[in-house]
Design a protein around this ligand. Structure first.
Ligand SMILES: C[S@@+](CC[C@H](N)C(=O)[O-])C[C@H]1O[C@@H](n2cnc3c(N)ncnc32)[C@H](O)[C@@H]1O
Ligand SMILES: Nc1nc2[nH]cc(C(=O)O)c2c(=O)[nH]1
Ligand code: SF4
Ligand SMILES: [Mg+2]
Length: 219
């Protein structure tokens, strides 16, 4: 598959993040339990990159949006720290990680035998090499068409009834093997859960994803 790199990592220059991907704006990194989607319950080291222009009004990490607030950090140092943990699985999240050139980060992780996973809205084309791609499309800035074939998992956030239709539109665009998840928006979870449960019972190709880390009270 050929990638259209003309649209990739387009804001890198605005945020003076080097386009070669050697340094990235690092908001935080922490070793925890994956709380969402297909890999829920497994140990993983999360690397959260700053910068996002998608603007979900219910985003649970708005502090990540302004890349300038997060220090440019050498990829080699990020990788070194990740390798200190026994999980040997790294989840790159944000912010929107696909704003940046992720080739050096993923290749250096994989050279050390660390699995690479990404949480992305898909708003920008894929860079880097991935063992697992979680695509979570957003109405506020729809995915780039090139991203759908990379999705191992589609995770749609349900905030209101109209999001079920939106979820089906995206399910029609991912590959046959892509696992399908519906995840309640956290602040509406109590209200939306009965609808979500009924929807999955009627449309069993979908599974429920909860933000298990929030119930476990861990990062
Ligand atoms: C903070 S985002 C960062 C990665 C990327 N920007 C994205 O949206 O996929 C990580 C995951 O959290 C989900 N998420 C964010 N806010 C949420 C909320 N209030 N309730 C449920 N899921 C949420 C996103 O849909 C995404 O799957
Ligand atoms: N434990 C835990 N699991 C997660 N899965 C996706 C997360 C994210 O913010 O991308 C996340 C997170 O922030 N914490
Ligand atoms: S795309 Fe992700 S980081 Fe950006 S606003 Fe939406 S949920 Fe938050
Ligand atoms: Mg989170």
């Amino acid at each position: 598959m050929t990638l259209d790199l003309t649209k990739a990592y387009h804001t890198a220059s605005i945020h003076s993040v080097p386009k070669d991907g050697s340094e990235l704006p690092l908001m935080e990194a922490f070793y925890t339990i994956q709380g969402e989607g297909a890999n829920t319950g497994t140990a993983a080291y999360f690397i959260r990159l700053g910068g996002c222009d998608v603007g979900c009004h219910w985003c649970d990490v708005k502090e990540s949006w302004d890349a300038e607030l997060h220090p440019l950090t050498e990829v080699a140092a990020i990788v070194e720290q990740a390798d200190a943990f026994p999980g040997k699985t790294v989840v790159i999240t944000g912010g929107e990680p696909l704003l940046y050139n992720l080739h050096p980060l993923t290749s250096q992780l994989q050279e050390r035998g660390i699995r690479t996973m990404i949480e992305t809205s898909g708003a920008y084309p894929v860079s880097g090499t991935w063992d697992w791609v979680c695509l979570s499309p957003k109405k506020f800035k729809a995915p780039d068409a090139s991203v759908y074939p990379f999705a191992d998992e589609l995770k749609v956030i349900i905030f209101n009834r109209s999001d079920f239709k939106w979820a089906e539109e995206h399910a029609a665009r991912v590959g046959e093997k892509c696992a399908l998840y519906l995840q309640p928006e956290w602040s509406k979870a109590h209200e939306i859960m009965p609808l979500l449960v009924e929807y999955v019972k009627l449309h069993p190709k979908w599974r429920v994803s909860l933000q298990a880390h929030k119930y476990m009270d861990i990062p």
